[in-house]
Design a protein around this ligand. Structure first.
Ligand SMILES: [Zn+2]
Length: 112
């Protein structure tokens, strides 16, 4: 036992390690849309094809919002969304883990 007096320390260290690994992490969803441009006589817009663009949708104080995403940022945002899911899954595991550790500590024989 490395931390006999602070049983949470190992879990805490693991938590901080996970956070470090999961940067950047975001919540939301990324969608590809087609938007018209402002160029006059644009052939793509005239055809109705318009231009592919990405939007990030997210919730801000309970309100659904979205922002356009520059194409070069799309790979990083995809990774961040994936990290956000992994972080959420990790947080869900943490509650039961804290309870397990508490029980182990409580039920452990007290050292003489
Ligand atoms: Zn256009």
């Amino acid at each position: 036992m490395k931390h006999p007096k602070a049983p949470d320390s190992a879990l805490r260290q693991d938590f901080l390690r996970q956070l470090q690994k999961l940067w950047p992490a975001i919540k939301g969803s990324l969608a590809q849309v087609r938007k018209p441009c402002i160029r006059p006589n644009c052939p793509a817009c005239a055809r109705g094809d318009k231009h592919p663009a990405f939007i990030l949708s997210f919730t801000d104080k309970g309100r659904r919002r979205c922002m356009y995403v520059p194409a070069e940022l799309v790979p990083q945002l995809r990774q961040a969304l994936s990290n956000g899911k992994a972080l959420e899954a990790f947080l869900y595991q943490l509650g039961p883990e804290l309870l397990r550790q508490h029980r182990q500590r409580r039920d452990a024989p007290t050292p003489e």
